[in-house]
Design a protein around this ligand. Structure first.
Ligand SMILES: NC(=O)c1ccc[n+]([C@@H]2O[C@H](COP(=O)([O-])OP(=O)(O)OC[C@H]3O[C@@H](n4cnc5c(N)ncnc54)[C@H](O)[C@@H]3O)[C@@H](O)[C@H]2O)c1
Ligand SMILES: *[C@@H]1O[C@H](CO)[C@@H](O)[C@H](O)[C@H]1NC(C)=O
Length: 398
């Protein structure tokens, strides 16, 4: 009897402390970003539409590379934009915070939160009747999947489902445009990659979660009438880019006089990528939003068929990694110390090459940036953002 009482007391105590810690969490986030009148006011003002028939768009991953650029473009033309990002430290969060500051200067607000947080999503949809969701939040990167597989499941699968659950029950349902990836083509070696090619041989967990996303969004389209557009991006680069990508880390290492590792494929073949400039990708994203028909569901029930679309967004002209390095050397006026090694079997594919005729036809997508010009713009941004250390300890900000 006494033991039972003790047990009950312990149980109650642990429950109370659970509640307390929950409240602490609530308090902390409400203080920082989520909840409160000021918070809601910022969201309403950020979502304000400033053009005729404009959209109100929830941009997930708005602190990310593509998310920031898309948010800026939508804001510029007068659409209302609200961002959400968890500012995780997969790469330097201070870069994400700097991007956030740019958006803030345009009155675009990014909610700090995780797309797995059903409560925050529900709150956002309660405050704003989003017409569209531009879903870009994800765990990106191919090689990191071997180090931290669960982060891919968390963001690219569980997070996606939480977001879709919110979208399907929203009234009205938003149309959804989201980022898949060229990596879904995996071991496909038929070039150029067309949307109808097989995508059932992923070479990395990252690719597998993106492929899963294509299947999961199909289900929500089929059952609930959500309008879905999946975009298979091909190696996006440009100012404010991602530090984990080769063109970015090569630039950093070359400037610091450090060697760079250049992978070579089978039989000494150079790796090649269909590098696509950020502004071209943004145009493809915006065109996808503009051409997406409405979702058809209501109250969580489908009322009629809704569109399910998939497009390649690439550049159609693959460039080998040694050529990429050559362009960087020319821009930086420094010779790279190259360490050429065979590509380990860790998820990278030897080449990518997009067939973009479908996006051309249906979205009017037409990339215009060549790699040398685009990299020149990237290097200019890099030097202005990080400054240039000339090796004599002098930091020169250009
Ligand atoms: N950049 C490319 O070359 C490329 C190529 C193919 C596909 N993609 C896809 O495009 C999208 C955008 O890529 P990016 O290059 O801008 O990457 P990014 O990492 O810069 O942006 C993603 C953002 O999402 C946020 N995020 C991640 N998980 C989250 C979560 N659970 N909740 C809230 N926020 C979360 C991150 O903090 C980050 O700011 C991603 O879906 C990516 O997989 C990118
Ligand atoms: C490109 O894709 C289209 C379908 O959108 C297809 O008809 C065409 O044959 C493809 N081109 C090549 C060269 O594979």
């Amino acid at each position: 009897m006494f033991l039972w009482a003790l047990f009950l007391i312990a149980l109650t105590a642990s429950y109370l402390s659970f509640i307390a810690s929950g409240n602490r969490y609530l308090h902390r986030t409400s203080h920082r970003s989520a909840g409160g009148l000021h918070w809601e006011k910022q969201i309403r003002s950020s979502a304000q539409i400033r053009r005729k028939n404009g959209f109100s768009v929830l941009v997930t991953g708005a602190g990310g590379f593509v998310g920031t650029h898309v948010s800026l473009a939508l804001n510029k033309r007068g659409d209302g934009v609200v961002g959400i990002d968890n500012f995780n430290d997969y790469y330097d969060p201070s870069l994400k915070k700097s991007r956030r500051n740019i958006l803030r200067s345009k009155n675009v607000f990014i909610v700090e939160g995780d797309i797995n947080d059903q409560r925050i999503l529900a709150k956002l949809f309660e405050i704003v009747k989003f017409t569209h969701v531009m879903h870009l939040a994800a765990q990106a990167g191919v090689r990191y999947a071997m180090e931290n597989p669960n982060s891919y499941v968390h963001s690219n699968i569980a997070g996606l489902v939480t977001l879709l659950e919110q979208c399907k029950s929203a009234n009205p349902q938003p149309a959804i445009v989201w980022a898949s990836s060229s990596s879904v083509y995996g071991l496909n070696d038929k070039v150029p990659f067309s949307e109808a090619d097989r995508t059932d041989q992923p070479a990395s967990l990252y690719a597998a979660t993106k492929k899963a996303g294509e299947e999961i969004t199909h289900t929500y389209n089929h059952i609930y009438g959500l309008s879905i557009t999946g975009l298979r991006f091909f190696t996006v680069y440009g100012p404010w880019g991602r530090p984990d990508m080769a063109y970015f880390s090569f630039t950093r290492n070359i400037l610091q006089g450090k060697p760079i590792t250049v992978f070579r494929g089978k039989n000494g073949m150079d790796l090649a990528r269909d590098f696509t400039y950020i502004d071209d990708i943004v145009k493809g994203c915006v065109a996808s939003l503009d051409t997406a028909s409405k979702s058809t569901g209501l109250g969580g029930k489908k009322k009629g068929p809704a569109p399910y679309r998939i497009y390649n967004l690439g550049n159609t002209s693959p460039v080998t990694v040694p050529v990429l390095v050559g362009i960087l050397e020319k821009n930086l006026k420094i010779k790279a110390k190259k360490n050429v090694v065979d590509m380990p079997g860790n998820g990278d594919v030897p080449f990518t090459h997009a067939n973009i005729s479908l996006a051309q036809r249906e979205l009017g997508y037409k990339p215009t940036m060549d790699l040398p010009t685009g990299l020149k713009k990237f290097v200019k941004w890099y030097l202005s953002y990080y400054g240039y250390n000339d090796g004599k300890g002098n930091s020169v900000n250009s």
